[in-house]
Design a protein around this ligand. Structure first.
Ligand SMILES: Cc1ncc(COP(=O)(O)O)c(C=O)c1O
Length: 420
């Protein structure tokens, strides 16, 4: 089942034509499918049917309130990495007891806020963070996990690889027993969980299997040391298909998890992000001009690297298709799809076969639901673009396009400049 598919020659999101949305909200815009979110969340949870599994959607992948609310309505918890994300998760209706807080640099203010909200778990990534929580606990008992760094190569893009010893994340797994002992000795802290996350867009189960097996071994050792471990948090990381990848299914992932962790008899916490939202969203953009250089055909679109930075940042691939399906027999030719920003890095794709495109024609960048809108900026004083959620034959703007006035009002002049 494809939630983004051609019907009557037009690309649709569920039952809504993307051309109709473009006419109503302007371009560029992100569009998410409720049905796709629901189907992917169900596939993940069904794969762990019968287990004590807690799915905490990783809000960083797409933190739109309406997206979080959709997943909250399906029973999801949230994995957050900042006070802002924690506030979003709460505002979207995720109860504190379903929220885990990850991150290598949580500030004391953020920790204090999280403790005051009574969230489920704080996953601690350093000894000073333990001390900070102990100081902030203020008579409460804060249940924490310790995020370990298993020194496993996730075999993904180096910028989203997080489980090697040289990466900043977690505490060296070889020191975990010592750190648990230290945590237990701090009044106000109860270490009850081991957390791990080795990277994102993993299409090979082997590195995760190694990391999870090591975590399971560690849990047995920690229990032998008299620690009460009630859960393991296995992070996110499951990859998706952008192009030719063949990512493991939710079932294959679940089978691997259950084999690797065996009968620990504890809760399994998951923090999937990309695998829930990546292919549940697209970005729709409009052709401003086509131009033919000496050697290249350039398609200049109204989206830019500030709206979707993945190609510039990670050399990421997004399939790019015309919203109006080309007539059969129309010849395609290779084109570079570029944005209007004054940087050569503002290139979405090179040498893609595309049919002749009308000025103002619409293109869709597929698989843009994860790490898309959340990583956007206003570089070149471009406005953040709208986000739209589709549900059956309805759609709603779930983040509107701000006005230039709103953007400019965030700046102010220094008082000595006022009279100039
Ligand atoms: C701690 C943690 N959990 C979960 C995720 C979500 O990962 P993904 O979107 O690959 O599922 C990340 C992202 O890198 C993360 O750092």
């Amino acid at each position: 089942m494809a939630e983004f598919d051609y019907r009557g020659g037009m690309l649709h999101a569920e039952d809504v034509s993307l051309a109709d949305i473009a006419a109503a909200v302007g371009t560029p815009f992100y569009c998410y499918s409720s049905a796709a979110l629901t189907r992917r969340f169900a596939a993940f949870t069904d794969a762990f049917g019968g287990q004590d599994a807690m799915v905490c959607y990783s809000v960083k992948a797409n933190s739109n309130l309406a997206v979080i609310r959709t997943l909250a309505g399906l029973g999801s918890g949230a994995d957050v990495v900042s006070e802002g994300e924690l506030r979003r998760a709460l505002a979207a209706g995720i109860p504190p007891e379903k929220i885990v807080f990850s991150g290598v640099g949580k500030t004391r203010d953020e920790l204090a806020y999280a403790i005051a909200q009574g969230i489920y778990r704080i996953n601690v990534e350093s000894e000073p963070e333990l001390d900070a929580i102990g100081y902030l606990a203020g008579g409460r008992t804060v249940e924490i996990g310790i995020r370990v760094n298993p020194d496993v190569d996730a075999k993904t893009h180096e910028k989203i690889s997080t489980g090697r010893a040289e990466n900043k994340f977690g505490i060296d797994i070889g020191r975990a027993r010592e750190i648990f002992a230290k945590a237990r000795a701090i009044p106000g802290i109860r270490p009850v969980s081991v957390a791990v996350h080795i990277g994102s867009q993993l299409t090979d189960l082997a590195p995760m299997r190694t990391a999870f097996t090591n975590v399971a071994d560690l849990v047995r050792e920690l229990r032998a040391d008299d620690n009460t471990i009630d859960s393991i948090d296995l992070g996110g990381g499951l990859g998706i298909r952008y192009d030719g990848e063949n990512p493991p299914s939710a079932e294959a992932y679940a089978n691997m998890v259950l084999e690797a962790t065996g009968n620990l008899g504890c809760r399994l916490i998951f923090e999937p992000g990309r695998s829930l939202v990546g292919n549940s969203g697209i970005l729709v953009t409009r052709v401003i001009y086509e131009k033919f250089g000496l050697s290249h055909r350039f398609v200049i679109v109204d989206a830019a690297m500030n709206d979707l930075i993945r190609p510039a940042l990670y050399e990421a691939y997004h399939r790019i298709v015309p919203v109006a399906q080309p007539e059969p027999g129309v010849e395609s030719s290779p084109a570079d799809i570029v944005g209007p920003i004054c940087e050569t890095g503002d290139t979405f794709a090179r040498g893609r076969d595309l049919p002749p495109l009308a000025q103002d024609g619409l293109l869709a960048f597929m698989s843009a639901g994860a790490y898309g809108a959340v990583m956007s900026s206003t570089y070149n004083t471009r406005l953040l673009i709208p986000e739209v959620l589709v549900n059956g034959d309805s759609f709603a703007i779930v983040r509107r396009r701000p006005s230039y006035d709103e953007l400019l009002k965030l700046d102010s002049l220094a008082d000595w400049q006022q009279s100039v």
